[in-house]
Design a protein around this ligand. Structure first.
Ligand code: GRG
Length: 304
């Protein structure tokens, strides 16, 4: 723990994030073509190249480097995860889901291109993600493993499961929505894809089975941490800001960790998850582990 703390304090996180974000943005720009059908590609680029934080792709790259791999080899998987994430945002924002008008600081994809184009561009991103990931130069066995991990994170054991539970618990009040249900939604809507991003990095970086499992456990904590922090941010946003930016679910009073267990307990949970995440990184050299430790702090302390 001490070694980890010391190394992370010497590590310069801001330049690290800036340089990783730039490489990811460049790779995403190159990965999504401009071409026919024009509107679909335009919408895909509009959604993906907007100002996302790129936490998932950076987690993927950092996990690859943790186990001794090169950034370049994990870039196709990093981009694939960001494409899947963006696809889920496009769908989540649709009028039949959360009905949001704004995303990443600009109008949502369906607001600009219409619902038909938005749905098709989401489907195209889903398929491009897999096609693009297979350009990584790794053994066929590791690629099949990576494809299986990514596929599992999207369907009924991942994003779809979380969203389905979210929809079916709409309108439930505090007594009806148990903490397990809220955790199920969070784990599936958010944590699974963060976990997958890290695991893909470790698979592609050539990690051993034990290393990949360590990364998985670390990322599982990070995933839930990310969502609990998201909930705290939702709760602490001023009502004025809410009026300007919130979608239907926020205005209707989305159920969150602070609502269920209180703000103080939620903040304690953030601390516990941060500690647990670091624990799972024991055994790696302090130098290698520094970016992931800093990323953990970034997620725990973020304010947007
Ligand atoms: C249709 C196959 C299929 C899947 C989609 C709609 C859906 C199923 C799932 C919804 C998933 C969803 C929108 C989860 C919310 C996750 C979340 C915390 C988003 C915000 O992530 P940030 O803060 O956003 O990383 P940026 O914009 O920075 O990337």
């Amino acid at each position: 723990e001490d070694v980890v703390t010391i190394s992370s304090s010497m590590f310069e996180f801001d330049p690290y994030m800036t340089s990783k974000t730039e490489s990811v943005n460049k790779a995403l720009d190159e990965a999504i073509p401009v071409g026919e059908p024009l509107k679909i590609h335009e919408a895909m680029r509009y959604a993906v190249l907007a100002a996302g934080k790129r936490v998932r792709p950076i987690l993927c790259l950092a996990s690859c480097e943790l186990v001794g791999g090169q950034e370049n080899s994990a870039m196709p998987a990093a981009c694939a995860v960001e494409m899947i994430h963006t696809m889920s945002l496009i769908k989540d924002d649709l009028p039949c889901m959360d009905n949001d008008d704004m995303r990443r600081g600009r109008p949502t994809t369906h607001k600009v291109y219409g619902e038909g184009v938005a749905i098709l561009s989401g489907g195209a991103l889903l398929s491009l993600a897999f096609e693009h990931m297979t350009t990584a130069e790794i053994s066929p066995e590791r690629m099949v493993w990576a494809v299986r991990e990514l596929a599992r994170s999207i369907g009924t054991r991942g994003l779809v499961a979380g969203q389905a539970m979210d929809i079916s618990s709409e309108g439930l009040d505090l007594e009806e929505l148990a903490l397990e249900n809220l955790e199920f939604i969070h784990v599936h809507k958010t944590a699974v894809l963060l976990e997958t991003a890290a695991v893909l990095g470790a698979i592609i970086g050539g990690g051993s089975d034990e290393e990949i499992e360590q990364v998985r456990k670390y990322a599982r904590c990070i995933g839930l941490l990310f969502q609990v922090v998201d909930d705290i941010l939702d709760e602490t946003k001023s009502s004025e800001e809410l009026g300007k930016t919130a979608g239907k679910d926020q205005l209707a009073g989305k159920l969150t960790y602070p609502k269920l267990i209180g703000l103080e307990k939620s903040k304690e949970f953030v601390k516990k998850l941060t500690r647990d995440a670091r624990q799972h990184l024991q055994g790696f050299s302090s130098e290698k582990v520094a970016p992931l430790v800093a990323l953990t702090t970034f997620i725990a302390d973020r304010n947007k």
